[in-house]
Design a binder for this molecule. Structure first.
Ligand code: IMP
Ligand code: MG
Length: 174
């Protein structure tokens, strides 16, 4: 069995999302922004962020899977569900739950860049910089966290724990 301990309580997550939204609102002032939510992990983050960005916001969704087990992603990424609409000549902000090795995002950003958006930026709720294998240019980071496996606020372990309202560390006991 596993247990979960609180790493970042809900109030702190919301407070930080409010700050990120204010910064994004400033940086994109006078423009319309398309948020790309990477399913399923960033659903919770995307909706809380979108509500607080004071700009015309559009949403689209993409689902990718990286071959690997539940705890580790590999370099090979596959699109499971593509965007519904074109991003050509639009200001695009990719919203991700966590950057770990960087494999998923580096693949995704290259692929999206080839679709010729006006601009392409990246916002992640969590960043594990110690784990980075591939360099990824991140514009907005919610929290840098240590190298621990986290769940909650959208993040899963084998599809469980996503709906926890806080970010927790998963411990495996025997
Ligand atoms: P990367 O390709 O190694 O950067 O991995 C990114 C993806 O791996 C995320 O979108 C998550 O789905 C998953 N992931 C990485 N670290 C964690 C974690 O600590 N908890 C839950 N999922 C994680
Ligand atoms: Mg996952």
């Amino acid at each position: 069995m596993e247990t979960v301990s609180v790493l970042i309580p809900e109030e702190r997550v919301i407070a930080r999302i409010r700050e990120l939204a204010a910064q994004i609102t400033k940086d994109f002032a006078g423009r319309e922004l398309k948020l790309i939510c990477i399913l399923k992990g960033s659903v919770f983050f995307t909706t809380e962020l979108a509500k607080r960005i004071d700009l015309p916001v559009k949403l689209d969704f993409m689902s990718v899977s990286s071959y690997g087990d539940d705890m580790e992603s590999s370099g090979r990424v596959r699109i499971v569900k593509d965007l519904d609409e074109s991003i050509r000549e639009q200001d695009v902000l990719v919203v991700e739950d966590i950057i770990d090795s960087g494999h998923t995002l580096s693949f995704l950003l290259e692929m999206l860049k080839s679709r010729q958006p006006a601009s392409l930026s990246l916002c992640t709720l969590l960043d594990k910089p110690d784990r980075r294998v591939v360099d990824v240019p991140v514009d907005y980071v919610g929290f840098e966290i240590p190298d621990e496996f986290v769940v909650g606020y959208g993040l899963d372990y084998a599809q469980r724990y996503r709906a926890l309202p806080y970010i927790g560390v998963l411990h495996f006991d025997d």
